[in-house]
Design a protein around this ligand. Structure first.
Ligand SMILES: *Cc1c(COP(=O)(O)O)cnc(C)c1O
Length: 389
């Protein structure tokens, strides 16, 4: 028997097609697939609810603090607030949005390691009193502006295998973390616990292993120095379906549970997590339109009415969105150019699609997180409309 060659173009396209059809099985969305204005980001509120409940179900010991920066649309925040979610905020505006929904400040934490003093002051006045620190300067700042607050320290962990690594900007090693907590105690703050972030869209179990091992090491060293930590916060990083199947929540939960049993035999008083992308990422579909096409040398180019400046900024850092359009025909490989005149504005390369016509809708999947929140109106092009259904 002759083995049929596997065609990578059709593999890629079939994956996107199945993903798109899965999205279509949600009845609330189908009437909105041909909006008159594009780009439009369709957010599935029911999907967000289910996803939140799924996370709660698989991580029953953890309190969930949704990372607002992933998608701060009022409807998204409202759905999560109604389900009882906590919120992780970094700025005055994010906090203002959350509190305006009637969320109590006790349900809010701020895990940004370096915060504008005005924000800390505002948050403290509103009743938020849990802040991350990962430097001596931040301890000084928080102790002045928000005296007697509870602080938790950010540990540095590897981010390999995460599509959006962030470890180098923040986090300290175990020994420095201990010094930071001790200084916090000296300054009248409450040494509250520790946190780490494995990188966003994390598909590498090992990052959680190292995170929890380091957490355990710090926990013991802190105990030996008389500090009674209460909280272990394991940050964000839950991955969503993308151009490939991501790790499943239940597998991560099972693994993390095993790690906690092994390395933290007496469980901290409170376990926290801060999913952003993991709650909203695959609950958003960005509907855009083809505005042009061209052949340049050997390359097929497709131009769309969105781009890295008005919604797809993460394309610059390596996030690869699945694309789908409703046409039949031979698959070709496309480079997708964004709407602006900037040469940096390239949304994706080597994308398998049938040949479209100008005016066709192009569907960009997994666009629920870190899209509209990044969008500007560079070159005068509009930011996506958001439609929550
Ligand atoms: C961005 C961020 C998150 C959310 O990360 P995801 O990978 O989107 O889940 C959580 N915690 C902190 C401190 C963050 O900065």
């Amino acid at each position: 028997m002759v083995k049929e060659a596997i065609n990578p173009l059709s593999l890629q396209y079939e994956f996107a097609k199945r993903y798109f059809q899965e999205f279509l099985s949600r009845d609330a969305l189908t009437p909105h697939l041909r909006p008159s204005k594009t780009p439009t980001l369709l957010m599935d509120l029911q999907g967000i609810k289910s996803r939140y409940l799924e996370v709660k179900y698989h991580f029953p010991q953890f309190k969930v603090y949704y990372a607002v920066k992933a998608n701060d649309h009022p409807e998204v925040l409202r759905v999560l607030a109604e389900l009882g979610s906590g919120f992780e905020v970094a700025s005055t505006e994010e906090l203002r949005r959350v509190l305006s929904l009637g969320v109590k400040p006790e349900r809010v934490i701020s895990s940004n390691p370096v915060k504008p003093p005005e924000f800390v002051e505002y948050a403290y006045r509103q009743g938020v009193n849990r802040f991350v620190v990962d430097s001596f300067a931040e301890v000084e700042k928080v102790s002045k502006v928000a005296p007697r607050s509870r602080v938790y320290v950010r540990l540095v962990v590897p981010n390999e295998g995460s599509d959006w690594p962030l470890s180098k900007k923040f986090g300290v090693d175990v020994d420095t973390a201990l010094e930071v907590l001790l200084l916090a105690q000296d300054k009248g703050l409450v040494p509250y616990g520790l946190t780490f972030h494995v990188g966003s869209q994390c598909n590498n179990f090992r990052n959680w292993l190292i995170g929890i091992k380091k957490a355990s090491e710090l926990w013991q060293k802190a105990k030996a120095r008389g500090l009674k930590l209460q909280v272990l916060n394991r940050g964000g990083g839950l991955p969503v379906k993308d151009t490939y199947e991501a790790l499943r929540i239940e597998d991560i939960a099972y693994y993390v549970k095993g790690l906690l049993q092994k390395f933290m035999p007496s469980l901290p008083h409170e376990l926290q997590m801060e999913p952003g992308r993991g709650i909203v990422g695959d609950q958003g579909l960005l509907v855009s339109r083809v505005i042009g096409k061209a052949k340049r040398g050997e390359e097929n180019w497709l131009y769309v009415d969105t781009g890295v400046f008005n919604g797809l900024a993460e394309a610059l850092g390596g996030i690869r969105y699945p694309f789908y359009l409703e046409r039949e025909g031979e698959l070709k490989e496309w480079t997708i150019g964004g709407v602006s005149c900037d040469s940096m504005d390239v949304v994706a390369r080597k994308v398998a699609l049938p040949e479209p016509e100008v005016g066709d809708y192009l569907y960009i999947l997994s666009a629920g997180a870190y899209t509209t929140v990044y969008a500007a109106s560079f070159n005068g092009f509009p930011q996506p409309e958001v439609l929550c259904v």
